[in-house]
Design a protein around this ligand. Structure first.
Ligand SMILES: [Mg+2]
Length: 222
């Protein structure tokens, strides 16, 4: 008997589709070094996946200092950000998306980043037309993960039953958001988030090369 396809698969963007978290880490580490602070990867791992306001508070906690947000963001903006134009998709992303698209599984993005950021990278990677919906912070009144709003928005827009929808996530706030929205969650830790607790996910793989349609179907109820 052929098992049912997922209603939809919804991907996080940063750290899941593309390793944007590592160059972002390097740019923040450079900005903080100018101020005499050291940002470690485990420290940065406590920051990623949050929306902007929570991220600044988490960054202050990570370096043990009350940082001036405008000054820090100005220093961040002055770091080398040429990486933005060359960052590839992570291993296995394109093959998985190709297989899901060929099978007719609707795909979405749920991200705490601005829509313009996600759009820019998906267009650059040639993946924009694969996603029927992008649920960024802009679609949900600025509510970032772990708030489930972006997953709820994407699931609803795709006409999907959350119980038959899979989320693919690299961060703790993202896993928390997707679980709260009622999705089945696969954790794919990045170089940074492998330092964090992703144990609330239903399944974990080292990279998306280890995930295919059959393994996603097997995670869902009959
Ligand atoms: Mg992420």
């Amino acid at each position: 008997m052929t098992r049912r396809l997922p209603d939809a698969v919804i991907f996080d963007f940063d750290g899941t589709i593309s390793d944007s978290e590592t160059p972002i880490y390097q740019a923040y580490a450079g900005a903080l070094a100018e101020l005499g602070h050291t940002l470690t990867i485990p420290g940065w791992a406590t920051v990623v996946g949050h929306a902007e306001d929570e991220s600044h508070a988490a960054l202050c906690a990570a370096v043990g200092a009350d940082l001036d947000r405008d000054d820090l963001e100005a220093r961040y903006a002055r770091q080398d950000r040429a990486w933005r134009d060359t960052l590839p998709a992570l291993p296995g992303v394109e093959a998985l998306i190709d297989e899901l698209t060929a099978a007719g599984v609707p795909l979405g993005i749920a991200s705490s980043s601005p829509e313009s950021w996600v759009e820019m990278h998906l267009v650059r990677l040639g993946l924009r037309d694969r996603f029927a919906v992008i649920a960024s912070r802009d679609q949900v009144g600025g509510r970032g993960k772990p708030d489930p709003a972006s997953y709820r928005y994407a699931t609803r827009a795709l006409g999907a039953d959350p119980a038959r929808t899979v989320a693919v996530e690299d961060s703790n706030p993202g896993v928390t958001a997707a679980v709260a929205a009622g999705l089945t969650v696969v954790a794919v830790p990045s170089e940074i988030t492998r330092h964090t607790d992703l144990s609330a996910a239903h399944h974990a793989v080292a990279t998306l090369e280890h995930l295919d349609l059959a393994s996603l179907i097997a995670l869902l109820p009959e």
